[in-house]
Design a protein. Structure first.
Length: 293
């Protein structure tokens, strides 16, 4: 599958990678990633050996899990793309049942739920944004442009998709911009310069403090940031280089100590602004940042 769409899901902070099969309209998931999750093992060789043993055992039992397995090229630890065993949605559910314990049950519950949640459906829309003509008509760096992104991601999922909030919201002890002053605040943010990296990140920080929507601010604003960086600097952020904890810590400090976030983002900048896999990976990590927050 050349130029295949690759998606990353996260379970207990571990990656579960998948490849989209256009012909059959379904995702194929990495068996070794699932084995790593369910055995809580980081060693690639041990996971490979465990799957080799389990596969032989299941084959003797004439299990459908083995017959449902296919091979597709995936990135190996040595950095090369090699053929790896993959299973589709029902295959992964069947594989999960071969592992005892509460963790396997929790994994199956997460796996069956994730794509049907609001975030799962919104994430599918975010993937589609890259290939849509709509992305070329967005107003870059404006409040309207951010509203357009939010409406695209959450249209049909939230009745307030694309609408500026009229209620006050907070996270923990931090109070976001007061709703009755929000329109003037957003006008001020929109007028901010965005010609240099520092200016662009300053604008991003202020938009985060404003938090113009009732829900879905982070996911929308990270796309908004990348589009500004792409337009002004011909760069975007490789979000896969930024851990969830580092990002959340930097964002919490950003209103008073912007240098932490700037350093984090600058180290992760890439010129691969038109790379499909980079965009998809960015969406995966962006949605991951919001899990259980």
């Amino acid at each position: 599958m050349r130029n295949a769409k690759i998606s990353i899901r996260f379970f207990d902070d571990r990656e579960v990678r998948a490849i989209w099969d256009e012909e059959n309209a379904k995702w194929w998931f990495s068996v070794l990633d699932i084995v790593a999750v369910l055995t809580d093992q980081d060693d690639y060789s041990k996971n490979r050996n465990y799957w080799k043993y389990l596969k032989a055992k299941l084959k003797k039992e004439n299990s459908q899990v083995v017959s449902a397995t296919t091979q597709l090229k995936f990135l190996a630890p040595d950095g090369k793309r090699r053929f790896a065993d993959m299973l589709d949605y029902s295959g992964i559910i069947a594989l999960g049942k071969e592992f005892p314990g509460k963790k396997a049950n929790r994994f199956i519950e997460w796996f069956t739920y994730s794509d049907e949640s609001i975030d799962g459906k919104s994430k599918t829309k975010a993937y589609a944004l890259f290939e849509s003509t709509f992305i070329n008509s967005l107003e870059i760096g404006s409040t309207k442009g951010l509203q357009q992104i939010h409406a695209y991601l959450f249209g049909g999922l939230y009745d307030f998709a694309g609408q500026i909030r009229q209620k006050n919201i907070s996270k923990g002890v931090f109070q976001f911009a007061i709703s009755r002053f929000l329109c003037s605040t957003l006008n001020e943010i929109e007028a901010m310069s965005e010609n240099t990296f520092d200016e662009i990140v300053n604008k991003y920080i202020e938009m985060n403090i404003a938090h113009p929507f009732m829900e879905g601010n982070g996911r929308s604003t990270r796309i908004w940031l990348d589009l500004i960086l792409k337009k002004r600097l011909k760069k975007c952020v490789d979000w896969s280089k930024i851990s969830k904890q580092d990002y959340m810590n930097a964002m919490m400090q950003s209103p008073t100590k912007s240098c932490v976030l700037k350093t984090l983002l600058e180290k992760a900048l890439t010129t691969k602004i038109n790379d499909h896999e980079m965009f998809m990976k960015g969406i995966d990590y962006s949605y991951y940042y919001e899990e259980n927050v």
